[in-house]
Write a protein that binds this ligand. Structure first.
Ligand code: FPP
Length: 253
């Protein structure tokens, strides 16, 4: 019913989207918060606050249209180099988001997972993330993965270490390792790879995000800064994705 609503009611790029063939998993690099704030003469932290609201809008919409997975890059292993005030603001926003999610996830049927090396987070954030995980385990709706202290290379090294530990313990043999079984050691174990990766903010690079998982993702770049990102922009990304010819290294028959 909701899909029919969007097809009928919304003009613009929605009309170019085939809502019956959306990607199952969309990944987004949340970029441009700082520039958005600077252009308005505001502190960078103001951009993160609006960016967190934009995430809420887009995640809710992704749930409404029946997307299975939405994964966002909220904080990288390199982002600790930012000024302490900015890091603190982002952590506060995440805490606020987690607290609200704990109250609303069941009602909204949204699963929330935090992906990355969470060991360095504060005890409070770790505890809130664990509570979100426990609630999510009972739910079936759209899974929102928020990548936190995440780095794609670090994830692959972590996975290799975990596999090596299993080898040393005699649980598996090196020759048993396949691409499929290796995926089981990644932070994203059990989550299918994203078909579409969106990067707002004008940059055209992967920035160490989901290196393994994006091997065959279609990239969509836009100059729109993340706080200005709208459902209409998401429709443009879907329409562009649906125009792509995905061959996975093969040839068209
Ligand atoms: C990149 O923009 C953005 C970040 C490093 C932080 C993203 C975090 C949030 C939106 C807040 C919490 C998120 C959720 C999901 C509740 P930038 O600062 O690099 O922007 P710039 O390139 O314009 O400087």
């Amino acid at each position: 019913m909701k899909l029919a609503f969007w097809k009928k009611k919304s003009g613009g790029a929605a009309g170019q989207v085939d809502f019956g063939h959306l990607p199952r998993h969309v990944a987004i690099i949340l970029d441009g918060n700082g520039r958005w704030a600077k252009r308005r003469g505001l502190p960078r932290t103001a951009g993160h606050k609006v960016g967190a609201e934009t995430f809420r809008t887009i995640a809710t919409y992704c749930r409404d249209i029946g997307l299975d997975y939405l994964t966002v890059y909220a904080f990288s292993t390199e982002n600790w180099k930012r000024p302490a005030e900015e890091v603190d603001t982002i952590m506060d926003l995440l805490k606020k988001y987690m607290l609200e999610a704990i109250d609303t996830m069941e009602r909204d049927n949204v699963r929330l997972r935090f992906v990355g090396d969470l060991s360095v987070l504060s005890d409070e954030l770790k505890e809130l993330a664990a509570r979100c995980d426990a609630i999510s385990a009972k739910l079936t709706g759209c899974q929102c993965n928020i990548c936190l202290n995440y780095g794609g290379r670090a994830e692959i090294v972590h996975a290799a270490r975990e596999f090596a530990k299993d080898c040393t313990a005699g649980r598996v043999k090196p020759e048993d390792l396949t691409e499929k079984s290796f995926e089981g050691y990644l932070y994203t174990a059990g989550v299918p790879s994203p078909e579409l990766l969106i990067r707002p903010g004008g940059e055209q690079r992967l920035s160490n995000f989901l290196l393994w998982q994006c091997a065959y993702a279609e990239f969509y770049y836009t100059d729109v800064l993340w706080p200005d990102f709208t459902v209409e922009e998401l429709h443009r990304a879907f329409a562009a994705y649906q125009r792509r010819d995905r061959r996975f290294g093969g040839v068209k028959q």
